[in-house]
Every structure is written in structure tokens, then in C-alpha cells.
Design a protein around this ligand. Sequence first.
Ligand code: SIN
Length: 480
Amino acid sequence: MVEKYQLFVGGEWVDKKETFDVINPATEEIIAKVPNAGKEEMKLAVEAAVHIQPEWADTVAAERARILVEAAKLMRERTEKLARIMTLEEGKPLSESRGEIAYAISFLEWFAEEAKRIYGDTIPSNSKDKRILVIKRPAGVTAAITPWNFPAAMITRKIGPALAAGCTMIVKPSEMTPLSALEIAGIFEEAGLPKGALSVVAGTDPAELTQVLMEDIRVRKISFTGSTNVGKLLMRQASDTMKRVSFELGGHAPFIVFPDADLDEAVANAALAKMRGMGETCVAANRFYVHHDILPAFTEKLTARLQAMKVGNGLEEGITVGPLIEPAAVQKVEEHVQDAVSKGAKLLLGGKRTESEKGFYYPPTILAGVTEDMKISCEETFGPVVAILPFETEDEVIHKANDTRYGLAAYFFTRDVGRIFRLAERLEFGILGANDGLPSTAQAPFGGVKESGLGREGSKYGIEEYLDIKYLSLGGISAK
Ligand code: SIN
């Protein structure tokens, strides 16, 4: 059945004659029709946010927190429904969708607490007659541009801190996965969020929708998760109105295994860091640097593990690898694999798109003997391909791991504590998983260095991105 959705603009559910289709990547069927928003709807969303912004900024922190907690509760109660919608629009297996809903809820709960901890400072003054105070105020109207690979968590990771800080927010979700975003909008409405404090505006012309946000000086901050190229474009556009930005962009994570690592742990975490979301994550391990001494054992164990994974429609029992998001995603993976093989890499597993009448499937794939001149060594693959590169020394592997324009996540496996510190200090990445293939969590700062982005999401740092610092110089203190 094809569901009909409405947009959530300024607190109203809005229809439009022109709609766009949401496709299930597992079956290529149309699962929903969504009104195709244009400039007009986006402008209405901005006006509504501007209108309610002063009232929302003055709402006490406890009340903002209460609404976030209520939204989290409603999300938890509806986990099964939301997970199913996510699998239908994005493709990830149902168990992973359930996991993502829990991850999404954790951001609302975390920032509900942080809302109550927006502290200021008092600073010793050089004058007896003056006092210096620092207060923090909401940045104002904010906007979020969110990706398809985490249709719920990348939304709550932005809405959570924005609303907690007293900012209003307009969300432009990916047109490939707008349904989870619209479900979340409905949950916030039910939780009692004032009209206009949140809008979800989806459409097939992202550039047109984004232009409205970028040109309006009243939109004070933009948070984007997506490709580095789009991030650069948005940064240029943001400079015209001097908007604050936080960007979570591309990655090309190294996964380093030293000879002293617990091999079984390293293999289990390698599968996790690579195969979560079919490899379609910014933090996905891309380059597997494995020490020569353990190369055969690691490769054999990882091959056995990935071979046991089951490819298919994520709604079916036992499926652990869903489809990729669209045909272009499969093509990109094919291109990287073919390029590597043509330059001498050896295919140990997979390497050919899955035969199926419908759906955009590509199986877990392992390439050995990968070298730095191959596309897979420097471009984001965003697919289920393990590229294995051998190494000999710690210095060599640190140098190779850092030799990328990206700096989001890096993983390394070793039982040597001194080495853990050396790597943590020398690897140029924002997120470091030492013996951990899944470091993402609401209480830790998520974000990258170099061309992987700016700013941090989650943690106590995440809310700062939505707060302006004001300094109050208070004179006339001395008694006359
Ligand atoms: C992403 O890949 O964009 C986010 C992954 C995460 O939060 O772990």
C-alpha cells in the first residue's frame, strides 16, 4: 500500500498537489507519496520559526526538557512502527533500525538533561566598581540538513540540542528518507512543542530549499550531515549572512590491527565497523591496515565472518545485509572494486552485485593486496567492501592512516597501553576507537577534523553549538 504523507510546516500538516515518491530500495516499490516542498513552504517554515523563537527562548529549561523527555517516551513506545518505516525507506535490516531508534532516543534524553545545565560564568574584574558575567543564550532560528543513512538519529542529534538550547529548528531531510523525519515531527507535536518551533520540509530540489535557509539572515545556524563537497558549498553560502555552522562530512576511516591485538575481538569489531548500515556510514572502516604477522589469520577469520552474513530484504527474518540506497550507490561500489582489481588487488569474497530481480544489493566483499593508488584507498566507498593493506611498523601505519583529506573516525586494535596513547595523540581524526569498532554514543563528542567537518554533536559540547556567549559588564558596584 502506498502511504500518503503531509509536510509539517510551522506546526501545520500541509498537502500539495505535486508529490514525490519514496522508494523501498529492497523491492523498488513506491511506499509513500510526500508533498514536494518548494521555496514557498520553506519560507513559511522560516516565518513560523522566527515568530515563535522569542517565546521558545524564554521557555524555562525544565519545560524544554519535559517536552524532549515526552518525545523520547513516545518514540520508545513506537519503536516497532518507526523501525519498520526506517527499513522500508532506507533498507537497513530491522534489527539495525530498532538499534537506530534507540540511538535516536538517546540524543533526546541526553539533551533534555543538558537543557538544565546551560551554565554561565563570573569572571574576576580588574575594577572594584565592575563585575563581569558571562551568560549563554540560544543562537535563534536554526536549520538542519540531514542525510538518508540515519533517517532518525541524525535528526534527533540536531533537534535535541537545538530545542534544549532554546532554538527553533527547520529540518530538511533527505528526499530519499523523509518518512522517519515526518514521524518524528508528529511525535514532537504530540509531546506539546509549540507550533512553529519545529518544521520538517522535504522536497526533490535540495538546492532550492537550502537557498531559502542560507539567504535568510534570521536563520542563525545551520547543521549539516552529508558529503564534504556539499559541506564546502554550504560553508561558502553561510558566509554571506555569517551563520554559524556545524558540519559532519565524509570520512575514510583506517582500521589498524597490530600483532598483539586480540584477534577475535578485532575481527568482530572489523565486521561491525564495516558492515553497520551496509557500509553506508561516514564512520565506516574503509582501509584495513593489518600487520604482516597476522595478515593470513585475520583475513581468514574476517572472510568467514562476512561470508556468513545474509543479504536480502531487511524486513525478513535473519537478514543481516540490506540493499544499498539507490542504483548509483551500487555503481560506485562496483567502480571501486573493478578499479582495485584492475590494479592488482585480489578478490577474496563477493565482488559482484547480487543477482536479484529487484532491489539494489551488493554483497560483503573483501579485497586483499590493496595499494595506495587505488580509488578505494582514498575515496569514500559507502558500501560493504573491506580493503586490506599490510603494514610493518607503527610509524609507517600512522603516516599511511593520516594520509587522507578526511579525519572523522579511526580504529586501532592493540593491547599495548603506551601504543594506544601514541596513536590517540598522533592519528589526525576526531573519533578514535581503541579496541572499539562502535564508539558512537550520545554522551561523547562526535565530529571530525580536516575535511570531515567542523563542530561536535552529542555530549556536553553538542549543545554549545546552539548557544551564543554574551558578556555582561556590570558597573556601579562600589558604594558612593
Ligand atoms: C554517520 O555515519 O553519519 C553517523 C554515524 C554514527 O552516528 O555513528
